[in-house]
Write a protein that binds this ligand. Structure first.
Ligand code: ATP
Ligand code: MG
Length: 249
């Protein structure tokens, strides 16, 4: 078994070729097995930071160290293959890794059950709801037992009730599987419900303005969202976000 993947970012800056300073001096340590959310105004560099952690984009200066193990990325658009069934999509990454057909089938059945898609193996993506497509995308990522799961606004396009249910499933998956999770979201309640820490970022240049610890123990019941302590913390995070938001004409 590989060492679990914690992430350390030190003095990370990113300037794109067009001169845009997307990130400035980001220092963050994400312990192995932790769950962290990144929130902040559009354009503050959240996706850029996630791509740097994934190794898809190189920082301009500074460093990103990642413990050993497999990273997996879930994009906002599920990026499923429309000509493949749910089962075929769930097996995709295992095929690329040369798993045997029997091992692929067994693992696909396992992860589809975990995300609540057992019984949909023969369906095609266009026959699924948005929330189901997102869960399939998550199942595909989980199949390889990633040590690090990077999620870029995976729940942005689903209705509020489904979103709450998916948050609860995702939290349970994280508690069971023990991967290091990093979630980008615009939703403060979602960030708080899922995370041990919430990182508030601000734009121009993209940077970290404050890191909030979220003290509520796991497993977190759905009712936590309605508690005064949760509302109070959400209020603090929202106020920090508002104070760092720039309105442009
Ligand atoms: N490949 C690129 N080339 C040039 N500029 C880029 C590139 N990718 C992103 N940017 C710019 O870098 C800044 C940060 O972009 P990024 O996508 O990281 O923001 P974000 O916080 O994820 O925003 P959103 O919430 O809208 O997804 C933006 O100003 C964006 O225009
Ligand atoms: Mg983004």
């Amino acid at each position: 078994m590989s060492e679990r993947a914690g992430v350390t970012l030190e003095g990370v800056t990113k300037r794109y070729d067009n001169g845009l300073q997307a990130l400035d001096a980001v220092d963050l340590a994400l312990p192995a097995g932790s769950f962290t959310s990144l929130v902040g105004q559009s354009g503050c560099g959240k996706s850029t930071l996630l791509r740097i952690i994934a190794g898809l984009v190189a920082p301009s200066t500074g460093g990103c160290r990642r413990g050993g193990g497999t990273p997996a990325f879930v994009f906002q658009e599920p990026a499923l293959l429309p000509w493949r069934t749910v089962d075929g999509n769930a097996q995709l990454l295992m095929e690329l890794e040369d798993w045997t057909p029997a091992a692929r089938r067994a693992r696909a059945a396992e992860v589809l059950t975990q995300v609540g898609l057992a019984g949909f193996g023969h369906a095609y993506p266009h026959e699924l709801s948005g929330g189901m497509r997102m869960r399939l995308s998550l199942a595909r990522a989980l199949a390889l037992r990633p040590d690090l799961l990077l999620l870029d606004e995976p729940l942005a396009a689903v209705d509020e009730l489904t979103r709450d249910l998916l948050q609860e499933q995702l939290s349970q998956l994280w508690q069971d599987a023990g991967f290091t999770g990093v979630l980008v979201t615009h939703n403060v309640h979602e960030a708080l419900f899922l995370s041990q820490r919430v990182v508030v970022m601000a734009p121009r240049p993209g940077r970290v303005v404050q890191v909030f610890d979220v003290p509520f123990p796991f497993p977190r019941a759905p009712e936590l969202r309605a508690s005064p302590a949760f509302a109070a913390l959400a209020g603090q995070v929202s106020a920090t976000l508002r104070a760092s938001t720039i309105l442009r004409s």
